[in-house]
Ligand binder design. Structure first.
Ligand SMILES: C[C@@](CO)(OP(=O)(O)O)[C@H](O)COP(=O)(O)OP(=O)(O)OC[C@H]1O[C@@H](n2ccc(N)nc2=O)[C@H](O)[C@@H]1O
Ligand SMILES: Nc1ncnc2c1ncn2[C@@H]1O[C@H](COP(=O)(O)OP(=O)(O)O)[C@@H](O)[C@H]1O
Length: 291
C-alpha cells in the first residue's frame, strides 16, 4: 500500500483510545452470575493510547510490539479484532500497533478503550458495517468497560456498566495520581466487606455532589499507597477513586489551579494532568470522514 492510499483510507493513521474516570461508583446489587450491579458516571478524559492499523495479507491478527506482561492473544486489541472476524466471517488480517500511554490496572480503562477503538476502526477499515449497538454488545463480551468507549459519550451507566445514557458535564481539569500498585478488579469485587447494597441515586443527586465510590474503603485498606495518594491529593481538592483503582483523581475549575496541584505533586508521585470531555476524541476523528 502506498503512502497516499494509507492516508486516504485510514490505514496507518493514529487513532485515539481515551481514558475514563468513574466520577462516582455505587454498587447496588449482584446478578446471579456474581457480577455486580452498578451506578456510575463514566467521564471520558483527554489522556489517550494511540493505535495504528496496517493491512496484513494473510488474514492474521497480530501486534507490532506486544505489551510486556500481556500475552499477545490476550491483548484486548487482538481479542477485539478476532471477535470481529469470528462474528462476521471476515477473512482479512491486521497488524496492530499500540502506543501505550495509559497505566494498566489503574481504573482508567485503557485496555477496554483500546478494544473499543479496535472494534470501531476495524469495522470501518474492513468495511463490516456493523451497527453501533452490535459493536457495544460485542464489546461487552470483552469487558464491562468496553461499551462506554464504543458509545463514545461521557455517560451515566447502570447494569454492569452497559446501560448507558449520555450526560453533559462541565469539562473540568483533572489531576490524576497513579499510586505504585496494580489493583486486581476481581479481588475487590470478591471482598466480603465490600458494600453491595447502596441505595440507587438520581442524576440530580450526583450533580448535587453525591460522589461516593463504594470500592474506596476496600481498596485503600488493601493497598496502602492508594490511601496515601488520597491524602496527598486532598490537600488541593476532593480526591476520589476511579473504578476499582488504583488511580485517584480530583477535579479543578481552572487549568491554573490544576497545574499548581500537578506541579506540587509531581516530585513525589506519578501524576497526570488532563481535561474531561463530553465526546470521545475517537469520534471526532471518525467523523472527519477519512474512512
Ligand atoms: C468496576 C469498573 C468500573 O469502571 O472498574 P475498573 O476496572 O474500571 O477499575 C469496571 O466496570 C470493571 O470493568 P472491567 O475492568 O472491564 O472488568 P471485567 O474484566 O469485566 O471484570 C473483572 C472481574 O471483576 C468482577 N466484576 C466486574 C464488573 C462488575 N460489574 N462486577 C464484577 O463482579 C468479576 O469477577 C470479573 O471477573
Ligand atoms: N491493550 C491492553 N492494554 C492494557 N491492558 C490490557 C490490554 N490488553 C489486555 N490487557 C489486560 O487488561 C488488564 C486491565 O487493564 P486496564 O483496562 O488498563 O485497567 P483497568 O481495567 O484497571 O482500567 C491489564 O492488567 C492487562 O492484563
Amino acid at each position: 500500500m502506498t503512502e497516499v492510499q494509507e492516508k486516504v483510507s485510514g490505514w496507518g493513521e493514529r487513532w485515539p483510545a481515551p481514558a475514563k474516570l468513574n466520577l462516582m461508583l455505587r454498587i447496588t446489587g449482584r446478578r446471579s452470575d456474581g457480577y455486580h450491579l452498578l451506578q456510575t458516571v463514566f467521564q471520558i478524559i483527554d489522556l489517550c493510547d494511540w493505535i495504528s492499523f496496517y493491512p496484513a495479507e494473510d488474514g492474521r491478527v497480530f501486534l507490532r510490539d506486544p505489551i510486556p506482561g500481556v500475552p499477545e492473544q490476550e491483548d484486548l486489541t487482538v481479542r477485539a479484532a478476532n471477535l470481529l472476524k469470528q462474528y462476521t466471517g471476515c477473512r482479512l488480517g491486521v497488524c496492530i500497533d499500540v502506543e501505550k500511554n495509559l497505566p494498566m490496572g489503574g481504573g482508567l480503562g485503557g485496555g477496554s478503550s483500546d478494544a473499543a477503538t479496535t472494534l470501531l476502526v476495524l469495522n470501518k477499515l474492513w468495511n463490516l458495517k456493523l451497527p453501533l449497538d452490535k459493536l457495544m454488545e460485542l464489546g461487552l463480551r470483552l469487558g464491562a468497560d468496553v461499551p462506554v468507549f464504543v458509545y463514545g459519550y461521557t455517560a451515566w451507566g447502570e447494569g454492569v456498566g452497559e446501560e448507558l445514557q449520555s450526560i453533559t458535564l462541565a469539562e473540568q481539569w483533572v489531576v490524576v495520581i497513579k499510586p505504585d500498585c496494580h489493583v486486581n478488579t476481581r479481588q475487590i469485587f470478591l471482598a466480603e466487606e465490600l458494600t453491595r447494597d447502596s441505595k440507587p441515586i438520581t442524576m440530580r443527586d450526583f450533580i448535587a455532589g453525591d460522589w461516593k465510590n463504594d470500592c474506596l474503603p476496600v481498596v485503600s485498606n488493601l493497598y496502602k499507597s492508594v490511601g496515601e495518594a488520597v491524602d496527598a491529593l486532598s490537600q488541593y481538592a476532593e480526591a476520589r477513586l476511579t473504578g476499582t483503582g488504583a488511580c485517584v483523581f480530583a477535579q479543578f475549575d481552572s487549568e491554573e489551579s490544576a497545574r499548581e496541584a500537578f506541579s506540587a505533586l509531581s516530585p513525589n508521585w506519578s501524576v497526570y494532568l488532563a481535561q474531561g470531555l463530553n465526546r470521545s476524541p475517537l469520534y471526532e476523528k471518525l467523523e472527519q470522514g477519512s474512512v
